[in-house]
Ligand binder design. Sequence first.
Ligand SMILES: CC(C)(COP(=O)(O)OP(=O)(O)OC[C@H]1O[C@@H](n2cnc3c(N)ncnc32)[C@H](O)[C@@H]1OP(=O)(O)O)[C@@H](O)C(=O)NCCC(=O)NCCS
Length: 351
Amino acid sequence: MTSIIADYEFFEPQTPGQQFARDRLLIECLRPDKPAHYQIAEEYPLVLGPEGSRHSICVALKGHDPGTSAFLAHANLWFRTMACGTELAAGSSTVKLGLVGNVATNPREQGKGWMRTLLGEIERRALSQGADAIVLWSDLESFYQKLGFEPAGTEIRMTLSTKKLRRYSQANLKENLDKAVGVKVWLPDGYRTGELPEALIERMLHLRSTGFNQPFFQLERSPQEFSELLKIPDLSLFVGHGENSGGLPTIDFFFIVGKGMDMQGIIHEWGTTDMNLLIGGAAIVAKHVGLDELTILVPPAIISERLTELRRVCTRSEHHPMAWVKTLNPKTKPLVEQALHKGFIWGLDSI
Ligand SMILES: CC(C)(COP(=O)(O)OP(=O)(O)OC[C@H]1O[C@@H](n2cnc3c(N)ncnc32)[C@H](O)[C@@H]1OP(=O)(O)O)[C@@H](O)C(=O)NCCC(=O)NCCS
């Protein structure tokens, strides 16, 4: 057990100097070998962007300028509501989660207990603000297990081979693919600059809830937040559309590939009226960008017909924990477990 004897304080980085020091620490810890052509704040626009400093918690030695090397560790804490989309459960089935991310200790200070201390503070803040649990994403299993986190939920990772995609979609959607109606893949202008029409964003949010066994829990996300998240660099949004209606095309499906430095070649968020159409869209995209395979993240609540269709183009399927959780309230623990077990946290929401 490590112990800290130094006098320290927690603070939220308010000044540009403090935010610069925070971003430098995150790059040093989380992106040491990968120079990016964009700022780390662009990858996490809601928690590291100009409006996000209240979601950052840092530790520094007391009395030192936190813009200097006294800056010891950082983590984000972002409160979200996980809710069930059915009317039946409206109002009753929501849990408040504190999402934790961008966890980093200054490399010269690691192993001294700073992150244990900071995550303890995060837990206290989350509890005092009525959160039911804190949730994070990481490969550092033994570290988070040591700090009391448990694996939560399931994410099915399905690898789709381009060859199979193409063959299957031609057999099932021959007419559509040949005539290029029904499966028109569209990279809508404007999503990179936050100018996508709100009606389209709302349609995507709606599709994201379709085709899953109920109760299906997701993190609530406003159209404005969706619009901000779509600006993340190295993210591609593909939309399949049908006929125009009221000046806007109706949407048959959408899917998002990539997210900053993460999830390249991975469809981490999607929705569709018909799984065959999404498979057709993925076939076109995979061929167009010259990929041999694509991976799709699938919520375990997917209805069985859709899973069967995906299996036909899948070459490998693996089950992984969706996230790591520490429940904070014994009374709501069963509901948190139900929400994470039956629901899904899509890629854009994970920090
Ligand atoms: C992982 C990281 C945040 C740990 O921070 P830290 O301040 O060094 O951790 P602490 O000193 O508070 O360690 C707490 C306990 O976890 C253990 N621990 C630390 N890093 C660990 C690791 N990578 N794997 C397993 N256990 C680890 C410590 O030995 C300590 O155990 P103890 O209390 O029994 O002695 C830090 O190493 C880091 O910033 N790494 C690079 C960035 C990163 O990987 N971030 C996490 C992304 S999710």
